[in-house]
Write a protein that binds this ligand. Sequence first.
Ligand SMILES: *[C@@H]1O[C@H](CO)[C@@H](O)[C@H](O)[C@H]1NC(C)=O
Ligand SMILES: *[C@@H]1O[C@H](CO)[C@@H](O)[C@H](O)[C@H]1NC(C)=O
Ligand SMILES: *[C@@H]1O[C@H](CO)[C@@H](O)[C@H](O)[C@H]1NC(C)=O
Ligand SMILES: *[C@@H]1O[C@H](CO)[C@@H](O)[C@H](O)[C@H]1NC(C)=O
Length: 430
Amino acid sequence: MGKLLISLAILFFSSVALGITPNCNIPEQGSTIQVIHVNSPCSPFRSKTHLSWEDTVLQMQSADKERLIYLSSLVAGRSIVPVASGRQITQNPTYILRAKVGTPPQTLLMAMDTSSDAAWIPCSGCAGCGGTAFDTAKSTSFKNLSCGAAQCKQVPNPSCAGTTCGFNMTYGSSSIAASLVQDTVTLATDPVPGYTFGCVQKATGSSIPAQGLLGLGRGPLSLLSQTQNLYKATFSYCLPSYKSPNFSGSLRLGPNSQPIRIKYTQLLKNPRRSSLYYVNLVGIKVGKGLVKIPPTAFAHDPNTGSGTVIDSGTVFTRLVQPAYIAVRDAFRRRMGNAVVSSLGGFDTCYTVPVTVPTISFMFSGMNMTLAQDNFLIRSAVGTTSCLAMAAAPDNVNSVLNVIASFQQQNHRILIDVPNSKLGVARETCT
Ligand SMILES: *[C@@H]1O[C@H](CO)[C@@H](O)[C@H](O)[C@H]1NC(C)=O
Ligand SMILES: *[C@@H]1O[C@H](CO)[C@@H](O)[C@H](O)[C@H]1NC(C)=O
Ligand SMILES: *[C@@H]1O[C@H](CO)[C@@H](O)[C@H](O)[C@H]1NC(C)=O
Ligand SMILES: *[C@@H]1O[C@H](CO)[C@@H](O)[C@H](O)[C@H]1NC(C)=O
């Protein structure tokens, strides 16, 4: 799946002649980390395969479906382990960052995921892992966690190899065996000693994880929880545009150096899906008109887990059926007589050049008006453009609206857990 997403972005990228050479190794400053798109020239995960624009859009849509199923599966009690569930591992990473692990530090690339609490890294000697592994023997600060450790009770299928806490997980036709370990993890210039994560030792089957995962969710064993004293459960990120492969964004940890000029909405939590960042979406505007959407489509319900989340792992925003249909119909009406076509999961595409209305998300206390690049996906060749949103898939047993990464590009999103605030400010992520 990762390859498909990669190819899509390459096509997008190849159409943009920015003439910028990427700086793949911007020196770290304070608590700010460079975030690169998986298809950036700086990314070793970039694919060499070329697919047609249409094919890649179709595939990206189906990858998003998997993501939605994963998000809806995050019910209380299942997402608190520091290791990914199968779905997370098979998930396409879209944005990656560099972490330094161990003493002396070894640099590893990890996928950034704001809706996961998991941290796992392929370790040396791992049979079946792709990519660079963490060489545990070379780190003087590396520690196995014992079977008696409190964290060992929170991993799936724990087992004891000698006195070391280990666990196995399966996903699809694949499985991994890992041990639960601790070591110093350095993000930007801040070392976090004794960070607990899963050290993958064996991966079998076809869906092999290529890189580690860094979960930035808000659950009990997440990075936020493990660095509470250092970063005060506050961070922000700016995701670079798909169209700018040579640009990178940033992840800024902690309350320092966060933007001052930023609009806020309330950050909500939902015990049914404790890792996720919920917000209160109250309405959507197309042009100047408020779209008529039944309030139930936006209802935040702690009992069912329904509501709206901001997610970095889904590519295109998904709205529950009645909300999406209303938005789409309002958008089409504004386009007058232009002939509508579909492309895979996108049902509102135009093959002629079109002038489009603006789209705004109305959150409690904050309106977010999207730039065209945040709601229109344009073919690199030809003139096809599609409304880059879709209805949540039918087979997902949850009422969840997901504001996805395409809609967040070139915005700084600030998560302030202690003050229950989520900030949004336009920013060119470079
Ligand atoms: C991005 O950087 C690569 C490598 O330096 C360069 O070959 C390519 O032309 C650049 N692409 C764009 C769109 O600027
Ligand atoms: C950690 O556990 C593994 C597997 O049980 C073992 O091979 C390794 O020597 C242990 N490392 C340390 C530092 O205890
Ligand atoms: C976990 O997987 C390893 C390696 O495949 C295997 O040797 C071990 O028996 C498994 N442990 C459990 C508890 O299933
Ligand atoms: C958001 O937009 C609506 C409708 O245009 C307006 O009534 C409301 O005051 C705006 N909210 C904020 C916080 O600016």
